[in-house]
Design a protein around this ligand. Structure first.
Ligand code: ADP
Length: 390
């Protein structure tokens, strides 16, 4: 009997990442990306061992629906006897309504649309493929998985801004993001180190976007991103936490428009803004320019500072987990962060850190230090399969 394969989609402003999982165990079958969907789309797919399965360029102006059709065509050719059971999507915002993944219906799509003002730069891109597939393949089940859902149970103190109540009630509060990644890490940690997973852990998702999540017994109790994915840590091109007075100053004293401030804080700040060179940690670590080193130092300083705050929220700390592009690959950044966490009892095993996977603390370290690769697409696939099976 044909089994249900699951396609996981992670759609951004200019690219759609995908991963195809086969059969009951959700074995990875293929993964890839369509880049340049806003201009000339380029479709790349690889097998789990990295061999190329597709490399196709579309003429500029090709409609998004046609590119998605080609992706679904590729999937149909690579099901290996399975059938496509459902498509799972990463959706950045579930608001206060969605505390878990949900099967997409017209009513759900309307509700997700209504959340667009909370994430205007991301939500429309997440919803576009859902809409396109609903139109071209109405019989195909679709599931929305939220970046906010893992943080849904955060205590009121962690979700509140000190603003008048009517604004809080209108949804201007802290939500938190990167939830699919943190949920994956929480589950992985339960397998790898069950005793630690039952304790107080900070997970650090350090990619182009970056945040920390304080977990008590595997549940999020606080996180550094708040109302938007702009808050908290310094990131590749985003500023992270900023005195709101600085924003007012830019507008009132420098005459910047809201759009110009948005561009500054989302696209021209962070590692790129401080270094003046690049948002890519690889480039910065290889550079002899002192501004590159300053940017990395500030990135590390902010991580250590927020870790202190989250350790206070947790009432102590048992473990710290590095994940995502920088967390998984930049040993020098991990070392600098761990050196600053010495006061919490962190002792880095430098040889293990250089190898860069699994436990990287010494046996006498009071704080367990881990590197755990994240897999948001696998998390989406797992949720989608669970919903498909009811
Ligand atoms: P995204 O948030 O877009 O999913 P990733 O989690 O893939 O991003 O992280 C991308 C970032 O990871 C890059 O911009 C780069 O700074 C960093 N990175 C990736 N590989 C390495 C590496 N080998 N060494 C240092 N940094 C790396």
């Amino acid at each position: 009997m044909a089994r249900d394969a699951i396609l996981a989609l992670n759609a951004g402003s200019s690219s759609v990442k995908f991963a195809l999982f086969g059969g009951d165990g959700l074995e990875p079958a293929a993964h890839g990306e369509v880049e340049g969907i806003d201009a000339a789309a380029h479709f790349l797919a690889r097998a789990p061992d990295g061999t190329s399965l597709a490399d196709r360029r579309f003429p500029a102006g090709t409609r998004f629906a046609a590119v998605l059709d080609a992706l679904l065509g590729f999937v149909a050719d690579h099901l290996g006897g399975d059938r496509l059971g459902a498509v799972g999507h990463r959706v950045v915002h579930g608001g206060t309504i969605f505390d878990r993944p949900v099967r997409v219906t017209d009513a759900v799509l309307d509700a997700l649309d209504a959340l667009t003002p909370l994430a205007p730069l991301h939500q429309p891109h997440n919803l576009a493929p859902i809409r396109a597939i609903a139109a071209s393949r109405p019989e195909l089940p679709q599931v929305a998985c939220f970046d906010t859902a893992f943080h849904h149970g955060m205590p009121v103190l962690a979700t509140s801004f000190a603003l008048p109540r009517d604004l809080t009630e209108a949804g201007i509060r802290r939500y938190g993001f990167h939830g699919l990644s943190y949920e994956f890490i929480a589950r992985r940690l339960r397998d790898l180190a069950p005793k630690l997973a039952a304790g107080r852990v900070i997970a650090a998702h350090l990619g182009n976007g970056a945040s920390l999540c304080a977990m008590a017994a595997g549940r999020s109790v606080d996180t550094t991103m708040g109302f938007t994915a702009l808050d908290g840590l310094m990131m590749g091109t985003r500023s992270g936490s900023l005195d709101p007075g600085a924003v007012l100053h830019l507008i009132t004293q420098r005459g910047m428009t809201a759009a110009a401030v948005e561009d500054l804080l989302y696209h021209r700040s962070g590692l790129l803004g401080v270094s003046g060179i690049s948002n890519d940690v690889r480039t910065l670590l290889a550079s002899a320019d002192p501004h590159a080193a300053e940017a990395i130092d500030l990135f590390v300083f902010r991580i250590a500072r927020e870790t202190g705050a989250l350790a206070a929220v947790l009432g102590g700390l048992d473990g710290f987990v590095f994940t995502a592009g920088i967390g998984e690959h930049a040993a020098a950044v991990r070392e600098a962060v761990c050196d600053r966490l010495g006061w919490l009892g962190a002792r880095l095993d430098r040889a293990a850190n250089a190898r860069g996977a699994g436990l990287i603390s010494t046996p006498d370290s009071r704080l367990a230090l881990w590197v755990i690769p994240t897999d948001e697409e696998a998390m989406i696939a797992r949720h989608t399969q669970e919903i498909l099976r009811g």
